[in-house]
Design a protein around this ligand. Structure first.
Ligand SMILES: Cc1cc2nc3c(=O)[nH]c(=O)nc-3n(C[C@H](O)[C@H](O)[C@H](O)COP(=O)(O)OP(=O)(O)OC[C@H]3O[C@@H](n4cnc5c(N)ncnc54)[C@H](O)[C@@H]3O)c2cc1C
Length: 469
């Protein structure tokens, strides 16, 4: 959104004069601004960035809505700023990484290396600001993408089997964005559900997809939640601190630690909060509890003996954490799982186990080889047995709506499959496929379901995305 000089003058004069608006003036200010575009992407996280960038590069006019003030979603706002090893990450994620690393303190490892989990690929920590900056610059360079930050989508208008427009708030102004194609990158599938798409949440019973390790009965059992935090070495002894009323032992103690380029450590206390809390507990209560657990978690680390040789102390071997201090806590809790929208195909555990050649799908648009990694009371972890498996294009197409795609962890996956393929770079690659498909649909004036799959796959291959092994 651009402020006109008149708007800016009015605001400045108003502020100087202690301006307070009358209800009538406020109502006038809330008047709709109508935008029209070819592709509207709702949500600027991993999937949304990939979608907006790919669609704009492929020649479509794009509007990208994001409620936060930076792009990156879970990676930047929940501080999950480390990409785990996974195959198929050679398109937009690699470009972003190459751009990020121009900033000397942005990435820990200058070499992007090989993504593949099974061939010993490594995690890639980066600074959240760097991802936001690189994504903004790359989107700007397309000359076709209008990024609306601080803009919260709140409802959609549907006519028959099409979405006509979405509506969003920005600073008291209601925007209406009409488009030919909409891409839901909200992670929770909010846009898709608003327009009536069906979804599942939690564990699928074995009867649903015949998955080998699925339980007989459906259950909620969402993947665990984590509030990530960051610590730095102050060089001087710190007094361990546990606030009054916070009991020792309230936070489970596994922790995944990665080292940032400036020497800080990013901590992801895996299993911090039961995943069901995201749908069963008021968010502010959940955040309060998560902050208590962060403090208790760090109190445990601070008091580990200097000669502790467990894997938690790998980064501070022989010194312990006695001189370290918390330098920040993520502004948002990390959510691994909520709704999964039902699409034309539901990726499931049998796909993850079959590997690309065993799947027999001819519309694969992304691959992954990450382990099935379910966090929580019914958690389990196992490597996919037959190498990378593919995600079909049909997983991006919600049933019942013609001009909508999903590019986020809310895509059409089973609970088990989502626990393998939800990684940021895989979501970005799904976005890349969705953006290309949207541009093809708009360019050829065809429906999303009529997009030429061969053409889509060729476009993706030319952009570095693997669609086969
Ligand atoms: C604790 C934790 C650890 C993880 N560890 C790793 C890891 O080590 N490596 C890895 O690769 N992956 C990891 N993952 C998984 C990965 O981070 C996520 O699955 C992935 O980032 C999700 O991407 P997304 O695009 O689906 O959603 P997000 O990145 O969350 O993007 C959704 C976006 O939509 C926006 N949005 C939502 N509603 C609205 C609205 N109404 N209006 C406007 N905007 C809206 C949000 O603000 C957000 O920016 C982890 C996840 C968690 C929670």
């Amino acid at each position: 959104m651009q402020l006109t000089r008149r708007d800016a003058t009015r605001i400045l004069l108003g502020a100087a004069a202690g301006f307070s608006a009358s209800p009538a003036a406020l109502a006038k200010d809330a008047a709709e601004e109508q935008l029209r575009t070819q592709v509207c992407v709702v949500g600027g996280g991993s999937g949304g960035i990939g979608a907006a960038l790919a669609a704009a590069r492929a020649g479509a006019d794009v509007v990208l809505l994001e409620r936060e003030s930076i792009l990156g979603g879970t990676s930047t706002c929940a501080w999950v700023h480390s990409w785990e090893p996974v195959s198929g990450a050679d398109g937009i994620p690699r470009e972003l990484y190459e751009s990020m690393k121009e900033d000397p303190l942005a990435v820990t490892y200058p070499d992007y290396g090989e993504g593949a989990m099974r061939r010993g690929g490594r995690g890639l920590p980066f600074e959240p600001r760097a991802l936001n900056y690189a994504a903004r610059e790359m989107l700007e360079a397309t000359g076709r993408c209008r990024v609306l930050l601080g803009t919260t989508y709140f409802r959609a208008r549907r006519e028959n089997d099409r979405i006509v427009a979405v509506e969003a708030w920005f600073a008291g102004k209601r925007l209406s964005i009409a488009a030919d194609v909409f891409i839901d990158g909200t992670a929770d599938g909010d846009l898709s559900v608003d327009v009536g798409c069906d979804f599942h949440i939690g564990e699928d019973p074995k009867s649903r997809y015949g998955e080998p390790t699925a339980p007989e009965e459906a259950g909620l059992h969402l993947n665990g939640l984590t509030l990530c935090y960051r610590i730095a070495d102050t060089g001087v002894q710190q007094k361990p601190y546990l606030p009054k009323g916070v009991e020792e032992g309230i936070c489970r103690k596994p922790v995944h630690i990665v080292e940032m380029a400036n020497g800080d450590l990013l901590l992801n206390p895996v299993g911090m909060i039961d995943g069901n809390a995201i749908v069963q507990t008021e968010y502010s209560e959940l955040m309060r509890e998560a902050h208590r657990r962060v403090l208790e978690h760090f109190y445990w680390l601070q008091r580990l003996p200097a000669d502790d040789d467990s894997r938690w102390t790998r980064h501070v071997r022989g010194k312990g954490f006695a001189t370290w201090a918390i330098v920040g806590v993520a502004p948002r809790i990390g959510v691994r799982e909520t709704r999964r929208i039902l699409g034309d195909y539901v990726l499931n555990e049998k796909d993850c186990q079959a590997g690309v050649s065993g799947q027999g799908h001819n519309d694969i648009i992304a691959i992954s080889d990450h382990a099935v990694d379910i966090h929580g009371s019914k958690g389990r972890l196992y490597e996919v047995p037959n190498g990378p498996y593919g995600v079909p294009y049909r997983c991006l197409l919600p049933r019942g709506v013609e001009n909508l795609m999903i590019a986020s962890r809310a895509a059409s996956f089973s609970h088990i499959a989502a626990s393998s393929c939800r990684l940021s770079r895989t979501m970005m690659t799904l976005g890349q496929a969705a953006g290309n498909a949207a541009a093809l649909a708009v360019g050829h004036r065809v429906a999303l379901r009529q997009v030429d799959i061969g053409q889509l796959q060729s476009a993706l291959k030319s952009q570095g995305v693997a669609v086969s092994t």
